[in-house]
Design a protein around this ligand. Structure first.
Ligand code: PXP
Length: 241
């Protein structure tokens, strides 16, 4: 059965909008855990626009489940990951001007560089994942890096403008899942998934984890965080292994 890990970056975005102390991301993480989330995901960006170092360190001390750190493949982030020891580090591309992560990591031609980057993390017992587009060449390159997991970027699928585009993007992801399985990679999915566009993955075997933030926080505004997380946990737990 796949699991749900909740990205709480948006709670920090709201807090930072007033430069104050509420809403508290650490409290949000505890509510997500109580509602059945399997882990908590935060993206510590270079510009610290939402999650801050203090959040990551506090979560490390307070979480009962797992801490997954999304991060750019920089020296600074490697140092922080080695200090904090998240259960998983997911490497993502990062651009200063982007609203959110806009595409997958480029692994092609960077196999050795990224293999060297993840090696100390593995030595420290941190599992790693590479956030990649559902592009066969990227998946092949990711497999050569030696990361245990990839997270297939579902953002192009969730952003599709019409049904035809959506189907084409879904098919790319489904082919990517097959390819990743053949390459021996473990597979997570994430970006832009919500309570309806996640449904086509229900009977797809081999997905380990869903990484979801925005749609859960959007629902939480109306129905509360506990209920929003419980709804998504129930969906994901009804899916095939
Ligand atoms: N996975 C990755 C790698 C991401 O960068 C994000 C956004 O921070 C997510 C998953 C979650 O995306 P969303 O907030 O659209 O659910």
């Amino acid at each position: 059965m796949p699991v749900l890990c909740v990205n709480i970056d948006h709670v920090a975005t709201l807090r930072n909008a007033r430069m104050g102390i509420e809403p508290e991301p650490v409290t949000a993480a505890a509510i997500c855990e109580l509602a059945g989330a399997h882990g908590i995901i935060v993206h510590l960006r270079e510009d610290r626009r939402h999650i801050r170092d203090r959040d990551v360190h506090t979560l490390r001390k307070t979480l009962n489940t797992r801490l997954h750190l999304e991060m750019a493949a920089t020296e600074e982030m490697q140092k922080i990951a080695l200090e904090v020891r998240p259960e998983m580090a997911c490497l993502v591309p990062e651009k200063r001007q982007e609203l959110t992560t806009e595409g997958g990591l480029n692994c092609i031609g960077r196999e050795q560089e990224l293999a060297d980057y993840v090696a100390p993390l593995h030595e420290a017992g941190i599992r790693t994942s590479l956030f990649v587009d559902a592009d066969p060449a990227q998946i092949e390159a990711a497999a050569a890096i030696g990361s245990e997991f990839i997270e297939i970027h579902t953002g192009h699928y969730s952003d599709a403008k019409n049904h035809v585009e959506e189907k084409a993007e879904l098919n790319k992801i489904l082919r990517g899942i097959e390819l990743a399985k053949e390459a021996g990679l473990l597979i997570n999915l994430g970006h832009g998934l919500n309570y309806t566009n996640i449904l086509p993955f229900a009977r797809i075997k081999g997905i380990r984890e869903y990484s979801i933030g925005h749609s859960i926080m959007a629902r939480a505004i109306f129905s509360g965080l506990d209920s929003a997380v419980r709804d998504m946990v129930a969906l994901v737990r009804s899916f095939d292994e």
